[in-house]
Ligand binder design. Structure first.
Ligand code: NAD
Length: 299
Protein backbone atom coordinates (compact mmCIF):
# COMPACT_ATOMS: atom_id res chain seq x y z
CA UNK A 1 0.00 0.00 0.00
CA UNK A 2 1.28 3.42 -0.99
CA UNK A 3 0.25 6.39 1.11
CA UNK A 4 -1.27 9.28 -0.86
CA UNK A 5 -3.82 11.03 1.35
CA UNK A 6 -2.75 12.09 4.81
CA UNK A 7 -4.90 13.62 7.53
CA UNK A 8 -3.29 15.62 10.30
CA UNK A 9 -5.44 15.78 13.42
CA UNK A 10 -4.67 18.64 15.81
CA UNK A 11 -3.35 21.71 14.01
CA UNK A 12 -1.14 23.22 16.72
CA UNK A 13 2.62 23.62 16.99
CA UNK A 14 3.50 20.15 15.71
CA UNK A 15 0.45 19.27 13.62
CA UNK A 16 0.89 22.41 11.51
CA UNK A 17 4.53 21.53 10.82
CA UNK A 18 3.80 17.90 9.94
CA UNK A 19 1.01 19.05 7.61
CA UNK A 20 3.29 21.54 5.85
CA UNK A 21 6.22 19.12 5.50
CA UNK A 22 3.96 16.31 4.23
CA UNK A 23 2.31 18.56 1.62
CA UNK A 24 5.71 19.96 0.61
CA UNK A 25 6.81 16.39 -0.15
CA UNK A 26 3.87 15.88 -2.50
CA UNK A 27 1.12 14.25 -0.43
CA UNK A 28 -2.50 15.42 -0.30
CA UNK A 29 -3.03 16.76 3.19
CA UNK A 30 -6.20 17.42 5.14
CA UNK A 31 -5.76 19.38 8.34
CA UNK A 32 -8.37 18.66 11.01
CA UNK A 33 -8.76 20.57 14.25
CA UNK A 34 -11.67 20.44 16.68
CA UNK A 35 -11.72 24.24 16.86
CA UNK A 36 -11.95 27.06 14.28
CA UNK A 37 -9.27 28.84 16.28
CA UNK A 38 -6.93 25.89 15.73
CA UNK A 39 -7.51 26.07 11.96
CA UNK A 40 -6.96 29.83 11.97
CA UNK A 41 -3.68 29.45 13.90
CA UNK A 42 -2.57 26.71 11.53
CA UNK A 43 -3.12 28.94 8.50
CA UNK A 44 -1.02 31.62 10.19
CA UNK A 45 1.74 29.07 10.83
CA UNK A 46 1.54 27.94 7.20
CA UNK A 47 1.97 31.50 5.91
CA UNK A 48 5.03 31.73 8.12
CA UNK A 49 6.42 28.39 6.85
CA UNK A 50 5.85 29.47 3.23
CA UNK A 51 8.09 32.49 3.85
CA UNK A 52 10.63 30.38 5.75
CA UNK A 53 10.84 27.77 3.00
CA UNK A 54 11.34 30.47 0.36
CA UNK A 55 13.90 32.44 2.36
CA UNK A 56 16.00 29.70 3.95
CA UNK A 57 15.00 26.20 2.89
CA UNK A 58 15.77 26.59 -0.81
CA UNK A 59 12.18 26.11 -1.95
CA UNK A 60 10.98 27.70 -5.19
CA UNK A 61 7.84 29.83 -5.47
CA UNK A 62 6.29 27.05 -7.52
CA UNK A 63 7.01 24.42 -4.85
CA UNK A 64 5.52 26.60 -2.15
CA UNK A 65 2.40 27.30 -4.23
CA UNK A 66 1.99 23.57 -4.91
CA UNK A 67 2.38 22.86 -1.19
CA UNK A 68 -0.36 25.35 -0.38
CA UNK A 69 -2.65 23.89 -3.06
CA UNK A 70 -2.31 20.36 -1.61
CA UNK A 71 -3.60 21.37 1.86
CA UNK A 72 -7.26 21.59 2.87
CA UNK A 73 -8.56 22.50 6.32
CA UNK A 74 -11.66 21.36 8.19
CA UNK A 75 -13.24 21.08 11.62
CA UNK A 76 -15.38 18.15 10.42
CA UNK A 77 -13.73 14.87 11.43
CA UNK A 78 -15.92 12.73 9.16
CA UNK A 79 -14.94 14.77 6.10
CA UNK A 80 -11.33 14.92 7.21
CA UNK A 81 -10.86 11.15 7.26
CA UNK A 82 -13.18 9.92 4.51
CA UNK A 83 -10.33 8.96 2.13
CA UNK A 84 -7.33 8.99 4.46
CA UNK A 85 -4.57 6.41 3.96
CA UNK A 86 -2.80 7.60 7.07
CA UNK A 87 -3.65 9.77 10.05
CA UNK A 88 -1.03 11.60 12.04
CA UNK A 89 -2.56 12.64 15.35
CA UNK A 90 -1.22 15.66 17.27
CA UNK A 91 -4.13 16.51 19.58
CA UNK A 92 -3.16 17.83 23.06
CA UNK A 93 -1.02 15.73 25.35
CA UNK A 94 -3.90 14.66 27.58
CA UNK A 95 -5.03 11.06 27.93
CA UNK A 96 -8.78 11.81 28.07
CA UNK A 97 -8.58 13.96 24.92
CA UNK A 98 -6.56 11.30 23.08
CA UNK A 99 -8.94 8.48 24.09
CA UNK A 100 -12.03 10.48 23.08
CA UNK A 101 -10.41 11.40 19.77
CA UNK A 102 -9.60 7.77 18.87
CA UNK A 103 -13.04 6.58 19.95
CA UNK A 104 -14.61 9.06 17.48
CA UNK A 105 -12.04 8.35 14.79
CA UNK A 106 -12.60 4.57 14.97
CA UNK A 107 -16.24 5.10 14.01
CA UNK A 108 -15.48 7.39 11.05
CA UNK A 109 -12.26 6.27 9.35
CA UNK A 110 -12.35 3.76 6.46
CA UNK A 111 -10.88 0.33 7.04
CA UNK A 112 -7.71 1.07 5.03
CA UNK A 113 -6.58 3.96 7.26
CA UNK A 114 -3.44 3.56 9.34
CA UNK A 115 -3.46 5.59 12.57
CA UNK A 116 -0.31 7.12 14.05
CA UNK A 117 0.12 9.12 17.24
CA UNK A 118 2.66 11.88 17.76
CA UNK A 119 2.34 11.76 21.55
CA UNK A 120 5.58 12.65 23.28
CA UNK A 121 4.93 10.93 26.58
CA UNK A 122 2.13 8.38 26.14
CA UNK A 123 2.48 4.86 24.83
CA UNK A 124 0.35 3.59 21.92
CA UNK A 125 -1.05 0.83 24.16
CA UNK A 126 -2.75 3.53 26.32
CA UNK A 127 -5.36 3.92 23.57
CA UNK A 128 -4.78 1.05 21.12
CA UNK A 129 -8.18 -0.43 22.11
CA UNK A 130 -9.97 2.86 21.36
CA UNK A 131 -8.56 2.84 17.80
CA UNK A 132 -10.58 -0.32 17.02
CA UNK A 133 -7.65 -1.44 14.78
CA UNK A 134 -4.63 -2.04 17.01
CA UNK A 135 -2.70 -3.80 14.22
CA UNK A 136 -2.86 -0.63 12.11
CA UNK A 137 -1.83 1.66 14.95
CA UNK A 138 1.57 2.83 16.22
CA UNK A 139 3.45 5.95 17.22
CA UNK A 140 5.05 8.20 14.63
CA UNK A 141 6.81 10.81 16.70
CA UNK A 142 8.33 13.95 15.23
CA UNK A 143 10.73 16.50 16.66
CA UNK A 144 10.43 20.25 16.56
CA UNK A 145 10.95 21.80 14.02
CA UNK A 146 10.30 18.75 11.85
CA UNK A 147 12.32 19.95 8.85
CA UNK A 148 15.51 20.59 10.86
CA UNK A 149 15.33 18.02 13.66
CA UNK A 150 14.23 15.51 11.05
CA UNK A 151 14.09 12.27 12.96
CA UNK A 152 10.81 10.35 13.07
CA UNK A 153 10.57 7.72 15.78
CA UNK A 154 8.36 4.86 14.61
CA UNK A 155 7.29 2.81 17.63
CA UNK A 156 5.23 -0.38 17.81
CA UNK A 157 3.00 -1.50 20.59
CA UNK A 158 2.64 -5.22 21.17
CA UNK A 159 -0.24 -5.53 18.68
CA UNK A 160 1.18 -3.49 15.76
CA UNK A 161 1.43 -5.44 12.48
CA UNK A 162 4.94 -5.52 10.98
CA UNK A 163 3.57 -4.76 7.47
CA UNK A 164 1.98 -1.51 8.73
CA UNK A 165 5.14 -0.62 10.65
CA UNK A 166 7.06 -0.98 7.36
CA UNK A 167 4.56 1.22 5.48
CA UNK A 168 4.80 3.98 8.10
CA UNK A 169 8.61 3.73 8.16
CA UNK A 170 8.69 4.15 4.36
CA UNK A 171 6.25 7.07 4.59
CA UNK A 172 8.50 8.79 7.16
CA UNK A 173 11.38 8.54 4.67
CA UNK A 174 9.19 9.86 1.85
CA UNK A 175 8.45 13.04 3.78
CA UNK A 176 12.14 13.70 4.37
CA UNK A 177 12.57 12.20 7.83
CA UNK A 178 15.22 9.82 9.11
CA UNK A 179 13.12 7.00 10.59
CA UNK A 180 14.23 5.64 13.97
CA UNK A 181 12.67 2.19 14.37
CA UNK A 182 11.65 1.37 17.95
CA UNK A 183 10.69 -2.25 18.31
CA UNK A 184 9.13 -2.18 21.76
CA UNK A 185 7.28 0.44 23.76
CA UNK A 186 9.64 2.82 25.49
CA UNK A 187 8.23 5.80 27.42
CA UNK A 188 9.82 8.87 25.82
CA UNK A 189 11.12 6.94 22.81
CA UNK A 190 14.87 7.43 22.32
CA UNK A 191 14.93 11.23 22.16
CA UNK A 192 12.71 12.05 25.13
CA UNK A 193 14.27 9.30 27.24
CA UNK A 194 17.22 11.67 27.09
CA UNK A 195 15.53 15.09 26.78
CA UNK A 196 12.67 15.07 29.35
CA UNK A 197 14.84 14.38 32.42
CA UNK A 198 17.33 16.97 31.13
CA UNK A 199 14.67 19.71 30.76
CA UNK A 200 13.14 18.80 34.10
CA UNK A 201 16.52 19.08 35.84
CA UNK A 202 17.02 22.54 34.30
CA UNK A 203 13.54 23.68 35.39
CA UNK A 204 14.22 22.49 38.93
CA UNK A 205 17.36 24.63 39.09
CA UNK A 206 15.31 27.64 37.92
CA UNK A 207 12.22 26.90 40.04
CA UNK A 208 14.29 26.38 43.21
CA UNK A 209 16.15 29.63 42.46
CA UNK A 210 19.49 27.86 42.39
CA UNK A 211 20.42 29.94 39.35
CA UNK A 212 18.76 32.09 36.67
CA UNK A 213 17.66 30.57 33.36
CA UNK A 214 20.21 32.45 31.23
CA UNK A 215 23.13 31.25 33.36
CA UNK A 216 21.82 27.69 33.19
CA UNK A 217 21.62 27.95 29.39
CA UNK A 218 25.12 29.45 29.21
CA UNK A 219 26.54 26.61 31.28
CA UNK A 220 25.12 24.05 28.89
CA UNK A 221 26.00 25.89 25.70
CA UNK A 222 29.61 26.68 26.67
CA UNK A 223 30.27 23.21 28.04
CA UNK A 224 28.76 21.15 25.24
CA UNK A 225 28.90 23.46 22.22
CA UNK A 226 25.11 23.14 21.86
CA UNK A 227 23.33 25.88 19.85
CA UNK A 228 20.79 26.44 22.62
CA UNK A 229 20.35 25.58 26.27
CA UNK A 230 17.40 23.96 28.06
CA UNK A 231 15.35 27.17 28.29
CA UNK A 232 15.80 27.90 24.59
CA UNK A 233 14.57 24.34 24.00
CA UNK A 234 11.57 24.84 26.34
CA UNK A 235 10.52 27.88 24.27
CA UNK A 236 10.70 25.73 21.15
CA UNK A 237 8.63 22.94 22.73
CA UNK A 238 5.92 25.46 23.75
CA UNK A 239 4.57 26.17 27.24
CA UNK A 240 1.29 24.29 26.81
CA UNK A 241 3.18 21.03 26.28
CA UNK A 242 5.69 21.88 29.03
CA UNK A 243 2.76 22.45 31.40
CA UNK A 244 0.96 19.23 30.39
CA UNK A 245 4.09 17.12 30.78
CA UNK A 246 4.94 18.64 34.18
CA UNK A 247 1.38 18.16 35.45
CA UNK A 248 1.30 14.55 34.28
CA UNK A 249 4.61 13.88 36.01
CA UNK A 250 3.29 15.59 39.17
CA UNK A 251 0.19 13.37 39.19
CA UNK A 252 2.21 10.22 38.51
CA UNK A 253 4.71 10.89 41.31
CA UNK A 254 2.45 12.91 43.62
CA UNK A 255 5.35 15.30 44.03
CA UNK A 256 4.20 18.66 45.48
CA UNK A 257 7.18 20.54 43.96
CA UNK A 258 6.16 19.42 40.48
CA UNK A 259 2.58 20.64 41.06
CA UNK A 260 3.98 24.03 42.09
CA UNK A 261 6.33 24.08 39.11
CA UNK A 262 3.41 23.36 36.75
CA UNK A 263 1.45 26.19 38.41
CA UNK A 264 4.34 28.61 37.89
CA UNK A 265 4.49 27.72 34.16
CA UNK A 266 0.75 28.38 33.98
CA UNK A 267 0.67 31.67 35.87
CA UNK A 268 3.90 33.20 34.52
CA UNK A 269 3.71 31.99 30.94
CA UNK A 270 0.42 30.52 29.70
CA UNK A 271 -1.88 33.02 31.46
CA UNK A 272 0.23 35.87 30.08
CA UNK A 273 0.22 34.55 26.51
CA UNK A 274 3.94 33.74 26.70
CA UNK A 275 3.61 30.40 24.90
CA UNK A 276 7.20 30.18 23.64
CA UNK A 277 8.53 30.81 20.12
CA UNK A 278 5.05 30.36 18.61
CA UNK A 279 3.74 33.49 20.38
CA UNK A 280 6.97 35.50 20.15
CA UNK A 281 7.76 35.22 23.84
CA UNK A 282 8.55 32.50 26.35
CA UNK A 283 11.66 32.61 28.50
CA UNK A 284 13.24 34.63 25.68
CA UNK A 285 11.78 37.12 23.19
CA UNK A 286 11.65 36.19 19.47
CA UNK A 287 12.61 36.35 16.64
CA UNK A 288 16.01 37.42 18.08
CA UNK A 289 16.44 35.62 21.41
CA UNK A 290 19.29 36.85 23.56
CA UNK A 291 21.07 33.49 23.57
CA UNK A 292 21.76 33.96 19.84
CA UNK A 293 23.68 37.21 20.45
CA UNK A 294 27.39 36.72 19.77
CA UNK A 295 28.30 38.04 23.24
CA UNK A 296 25.79 35.88 25.17
CA UNK A 297 28.43 33.27 25.95
CA UNK A 298 31.21 35.71 26.81
CA UNK A 299 29.49 37.86 29.44
P1 NAD B 1 -0.77 22.36 20.64
O1 NAD B 1 -1.44 22.70 21.91
O2 NAD B 1 0.10 23.39 19.98
O3 NAD B 1 -1.86 21.90 19.55
C1 NAD B 1 -2.94 21.05 19.82
C2 NAD B 1 -4.02 21.33 18.80
O4 NAD B 1 -5.06 20.36 18.98
C3 NAD B 1 -4.69 22.70 18.94
O5 NAD B 1 -4.75 23.33 17.68
C4 NAD B 1 -6.09 22.38 19.47
O6 NAD B 1 -7.07 23.30 19.00
C5 NAD B 1 -6.33 21.01 18.90
N1 NAD B 1 -7.29 20.18 19.61
C6 NAD B 1 -7.67 20.23 20.91
N2 NAD B 1 -8.55 19.24 21.19
C7 NAD B 1 -8.72 18.55 20.02
C8 NAD B 1 -9.50 17.43 19.65
N3 NAD B 1 -10.27 16.80 20.54
N4 NAD B 1 -9.45 17.01 18.37
C9 NAD B 1 -8.69 17.66 17.46
N5 NAD B 1 -7.91 18.73 17.75
C10 NAD B 1 -7.94 19.16 19.01
O7 NAD B 1 0.06 21.02 20.93
P2 NAD B 1 1.41 20.48 20.25
O8 NAD B 1 2.59 21.06 20.94
O9 NAD B 1 1.31 20.56 18.78
O10 NAD B 1 1.32 18.96 20.72
C11 NAD B 1 0.42 18.07 20.14
C12 NAD B 1 0.95 16.66 20.26
O11 NAD B 1 2.24 16.61 19.62
C13 NAD B 1 1.14 16.20 21.70
O12 NAD B 1 0.79 14.85 21.79
C14 NAD B 1 2.63 16.41 21.93
O13 NAD B 1 3.14 15.51 22.88
C15 NAD B 1 3.17 16.09 20.55
N6 NAD B 1 4.49 16.64 20.27
C16 NAD B 1 4.76 17.96 20.54
C17 NAD B 1 6.04 18.46 20.29
C18 NAD B 1 6.37 19.92 20.53
O14 NAD B 1 7.57 20.26 20.45
N7 NAD B 1 5.40 20.80 20.78
C19 NAD B 1 7.03 17.61 19.75
C20 NAD B 1 6.71 16.27 19.47
C21 NAD B 1 5.43 15.81 19.73
Amino acid sequence: MKIKNVTIAGAGVLGSQIAWQTAFKGFNVTVYDAFEKGIKNCKTYHNRYAKLFLSSKGATKNEVENTVSRITYTTNLKKAVQDADLISESVPENLEIKKAFYTDLAKLAPEKTIFTSNSSTMLPSYYATETGRPEKFMALHFSNPVWDANIAEVMKHAGTGQQYFDIVTAFAKDIGMIPIPIHKEQPGYVLNSLLVPFLSAAQNLWFNEVSDFKSIDKTWMISTGAKSGPFGILDLVGMETVYNITLMDAKRTNNPTLFKRAEKIKSEFINKGRMGISSGRGFYTYPNPEYKNPDFLTK
